[in-house]
Design a protein around this ligand. Structure first.
Ligand code: ZN
Length: 458
C-alpha cells in the first residue's frame, strides 16, 4: 500500500543578536485535504456495482461502458464486526467502524464493545474548526448517520438518538434526510428546539433553494426514510441534497461531510432489484457530480465504501448463464408502489403494462391477480395461531409486492439468498486529495483511521 507523504523543506531564518545563521530543516508530514467527503452505500456489496454497470450499459455500442464506480475503484474492505458479533456486521457496527475506527458489537452507535463513547471523524473535524454536513436518504437518526453524530448503546433507541442531536447541535452545520416521526413527536418537538437554537428548518426539497447561508440547517423530507428514488418527486434527490450541502458548508477552514445512499440496503433487505438500481443510479449521479467538484476543488478527498452487502444478491440465478437488466430501465415505479396502486385499481393488461413499462405475459398477469385474492393462507399467524390484525388491503399489498418482485426477478434472472446481510468484502472507491492511501485490501476501521490521520490532531 502506498502512503503519500509530502516533504516540505522549510528554510528557517534564525536571527540571534548580531549574528545571522541560516539552517535547513526537513519536515515530513502528510498533507491534509481541506475537505473530506465520506460516502456510505449502505448494503452495497460488489454485486450492486457490477449490476449497475450492466444496467447502465448502452445497448447500441459493442462494448460495456465503464461507470463512475469502475473508474474510481481503489480496493476492497472487509466488514466483520467485533468477535462478540461474529463475522456478519449490521449497519450500526459497520458505521461505527467507519466513523470511529473501532470494531464493536452489532447495534452499537458510536460506542465500543464496552459501551463507551468513541470519538468520530465528524466530531474530530468539527473540533478542528471545519464545518460538518450529513446527507442521507434514511431517517437522519438511522444507524449510519447516528454512528457519526451520536453515541448510544442501541440503534433502536431512535428517540434518544434524536434527542441527543439537539443536545449536540453545535457539532452539525447541515443535516438532511428523513425522520418527522422521531423529531416531531407528541412528547417533544425537536424541530422547534432546533429552531430556538438558531437552525433553519425545511421540509420540502424546494426549501433548499432559499436557505440562508449564515445559519445551520436541518431538513427532513419524509416521515421515516425518503421515498424510493424510483417514486420520489426528485429521482436524484441524493445528488440534489449533496449539492445544496456543499454550497452551504464550503468555507475557508474546509468541511467534513457524510453522505449515505441508505436505501440500497433497504432494497436488498426487500430483495427488490428494481428499487436497488434506482438507488444505485442516484448514488452514481451524486458521485459524478462530486467528480466534477473535485476537478475544480483538488483539495477535496472523496472516499466511498459500503458497510456490508445485503440480500446475497446475484446476477444470474436458477442455473442460467444470463442477467437481463433491460426491464429495470423501463419500469415506471418501484414494485412496492405498483403493489399499492394495484390494491385500489382493477388489474388490466393495459394498466399493468403501463406501470411496469413492459408487456406482461398472461402468466405474469395471473400471478398478480392471484396475489390480489384475499385468502386465509396469506394472513400471517401469531404464536397462538390467530391472524395478525392486518387490514385486508395491507395483506393484498404485501402479496402484490411479492408478486411484482417475483416477476422482475424472473425477467432479469436475479437471485437472492437472504433477507439479511452477508459477510462478503465490499469495494472501496476514492478520488481527489490523498485518495491513494485507501488502495488495496483493508478493513473497515482502517478507513476511519486514515481519515483521522488526514484530518490531523486536535
Ligand atoms: Zn441492512
Amino acid at each position: 500500500m502506498k502512503s503519500k507523504l509530502t516533504v516540505i523543506a522549510v528554510t528557517l531564518l534564525v536571527s540571534a543578536c548580531n549574528s545571522t545563521k541560516i539552517s535547513k530543516v526537513e519536515v515530513v508530514e502528510p498533507s491534509h485535504p481541506k475537505n473530506i467527503i465520506m460516502i456510505v452505500g449502505d448494503g452495497m456489496g460488489p454485486a450492486y456495482t457490477s449490476a449497475y454497470r450492466y444496467f447502465n450499459d448502452d445497448p447500441n455500442t459493442s462494448e460495456i461502458e465503464d461507470t463512475v464506480f469502475d473508474r474510481t475503484l481503489v480496493g476492497m474492505s472487509s466488514t466483520y464486526p467485533a468477535k462478540v458479533s461474529g463475522v456478519v456486521t449490521d449497519s450500526a457496527a459497520g458505521a461505527t467502524a467507519l466513523s470511529a475506527g473501532v470494531k464493536t458489537y452489532n447495534g452499537a452507535i458510536g460506542v465500543d464493545v464496552n459501551k463507551q463513547p468513541v470519538e468520530t471523524v465528524l466530531e474530530r473535524a468539527k473540533s478542528l474548526g471545519k464545518k460538518t454536513g450529513v446527507v442521507v436518504t434514511s431517517q437522519i437518526n438511522h444507524a449510519t448517520p447516528a454512528s457519526f453524530m451520536a453515541h448510544n448503546v442501541k440503534r433502536s433507541n431512535y428517540n434518544e438518538i434524536a434527542d441527543s442531536y439537539v443536545e449536540n447541535h453545535a457539532k452539525y452545520d447541515f443535516v438532511l434526510g428523513g425522520g418527522w416521526k422521531f423529531f416531531l413527536r407528541e412528547d417533544r418537538n425537536l424541530i422547534t428546539e432546533f429552531q430556538d437554537l438558531g437552525f433553519q428548518y425545511i421540509d420540502e426539497y424546494a426549501g433548499l433553494a432559499t436557505l440562508q447561508k449564515d445559519k445551520p440547517v436541518i431538513g427532513l423530507f419524509g416521515d421515516v426514510g425518503l421515498p424510493w428514488a424510483l417514486d420520489d418527486s426528485d429521482p436524484s434527490r441524493l445528488k440534489t441534497m449533496t449539492k445544496a450541502a456543499i454550497e452551504h458548508i464550503e468555507n475557508e477552514q474546509g468541511f467534513f461531510m457524510l453522505i449515505e445512499a441508505s436505501q440500497v440496503d433497504w432494497a436488498g433487505h426487500s430483495n427488490d432489484i428494481a428499487a436497488a438500481m434506482g438507488e444505485m443510479q442516484d448514488l452514481a449521479m451524486t458521485l459524478e457530480y462530486l467528480e466534477q467538484y473535485v476537478a475544480t476543488h483538488p483539495d477535496t478527498l472523496v472516499v466511498l465504501t459500503a458497510d456490508h452487502s445485503t440480500g446475497g444478491f446475484t446476477l444470474g440465478a436458477d442455473g442460467q448463464y444470463s442477467w437481463f437488466p433491460e426491464v429495470l430501465k423501463t419500469i415506471q415505479h418501484s414494485p412496492s408502489k405498483i403493489a399499492e396502486k394495484l390494491v385500489d385499481t382493477e388489474i388490466t393488461q393495459q394498466y399493468v403494462d403501463e406501470l411496469f413499462g413492459f408487456t406482461l405475459t398472461e402468466a405474469e398477469l395471473a400471478q398478480l391477480e392471484e396475489a390480489k385474492e384475499p385468502t386465509k393462507e396469506k394472513q400471517q399467524l401469531d404464536s397462538k395461531g390467530n391472524p395478525y390484525a392486518d387490514s385486508s388491503a395491507n395483506i393484498q399489498k404485501k402479496a402484490l409486492y411479492a408478486a411484482a418482485k417475483h416477476i422482475v426477478d424472473k425477467r432479469t434472472i436475479t437471485g437472492w439468498t437472504t433477507g439479511a446481510h452477508t459477510a462478503v468484502d465490499v469495494p472501496v472507491f476514492a478520488f481527489g486529495s490523498q485518495s491513494d492511501i485507501f488502495n488495496g485490501l483493508i478493513t473497515n476501521t482502517e478507513i476511519a483511521n486514515k481519515v483521522f490521520s488526514l484530518l490531523g490532531e486536535k
